[in-house]
Design a protein around this ligand. Structure first.
Ligand code: RRO
Length: 303
């Protein structure tokens, strides 16, 4: 049988699938549900220093091949998340806490708090496409990314992953900046900036007008970003963006991803998607004679 285990920094995953930030990640019990369904790791909803209520409704709209969301970083604040993780006690896979901040120091403070409540790693959200003074407003600038990562690494011992935005001319510059700052891995990609208009009223549908597109529509964009980043940095790449089937997961891994995150597909398929992906991946590898996932990471660069 082919081995599905992968390692990213000090994290050992039984398989290369992860719950993506933003979906089912605001409660300890749902994180545990996803872990029990077979995810190799789970990522929380992005947490900041203080509670935020998010944008007004509607916050999500379905489109042809995905979802457009503008939730607006709703979260209870990192201090209130402690209780959630306690209630989820016994999550048997690595828990990655997605965090955001408005300054490099704030990223570091939230990361330190995340470590203290039991995070195995943090994922810096420098890529939310519709947040003011945080998210992509930081993550579209390589200097600001480097500073946020450097400060976080200096202040905490937790592994640091950096989630990148595709809403730039050159994502490779962002990945290199994260690596220079000392990041342990980069996640590519967050949602693609998007908008939906109701033609009856002529008005934007989302409360915030602008949002982020996720789901199958962005999959080829994610594959291109992962392929480019893999050639430019030495740290692992975690793929994210439109994965629905095991074939998608194989494509991301061959492009250069060591692990893959699943978000929007859960809305359509439920948490069973993790078992479907790992079963399919395992059968594919066995059929093709691959012994472990590392043999196919970046395969498309060698063939
Ligand atoms: O909460 C959101 O509206 C949100 C976030 Br933090 C993010 O990183 N990406 C996204 O599409 N939505």
């Amino acid at each position: 049988m082919a081995s599905l285990t992968v390692e990213i920094a000090s994290l050992k995953l039984a398989n290369p699938t992860m719950l993506a930030a933003g979906i089912l990640g605001l409660s300890g019990l749902t994180l545990k549900q996803v872990a029990d369904a077979g995810a190799g790791a789970v990522v929380t909803k992005s947490l900041g220093l203080k509670h935020r209520s998010g944008y007004s409704n509607p916050t999500v709209v379905q489109v042809e091949s995905g979802l457009v969301n503008a939730m607006g970083l709703p979260n209870p604040g990192i201090d209130h998340f402690t209780q959630e993780l306690r209630e989820a006690g016994g999550i048997r896979v690595p828990v990655i806490v997605s965090i955001y901040g408005f300054t490099p120091e704030e990223f570091a403070v939230v990361a330190e708090k995340a470590l203290r409540i039991g995070a195995d790693a943090v994922e810096l959200n420098v890529s939310c496409p519709h947040a003011e003074k945080t998210g992509a407003e930081i993550g579209q600038n390589p200097l600001l990314i480097e500073e946020a990562v450097k400060t976080t690494k200096r202040c905490t011992k937790t592994p640091v992953f950096v989630k990148l935005t595709p809403n730039v001319a050159d994502i490779v510059e962002l990945a290199k900046a994260a690596e220079r700052g000392g990041a342990d891995a980069v996640t590519a990609i967050n949602t693609v900036k998007a908008m939906v208009i109701d033609i009856e009223t002529g008005k934007p549908v989302l409360g915030n007008k602008m949002g982020g597109l996720s789901g199958p529509a962005i999959k080829p964009i994610a594959v291109r970003c992962i392929y480019e980043i893999y050639e430019a940095v030495k740290i692992p790449v975690i793929g994210c963006g439109g994965i629905t089937t095991w074939r998608d997961a194989v494509e991301f891994i061959q492009a250069g991803a060591t692990a893959v995150q699943i978000g929007t597909a859960i809305a359509a398929k439920g948490v069973h998607v993790f078992k479907q992906l790992t079963d399919g991946l395992e059968s594919f590898m066995s059929l093709k004679g691959f012994g472990g996932v590392e043999e196919i990471v970046g395969l498309s660069h060698r063939s």
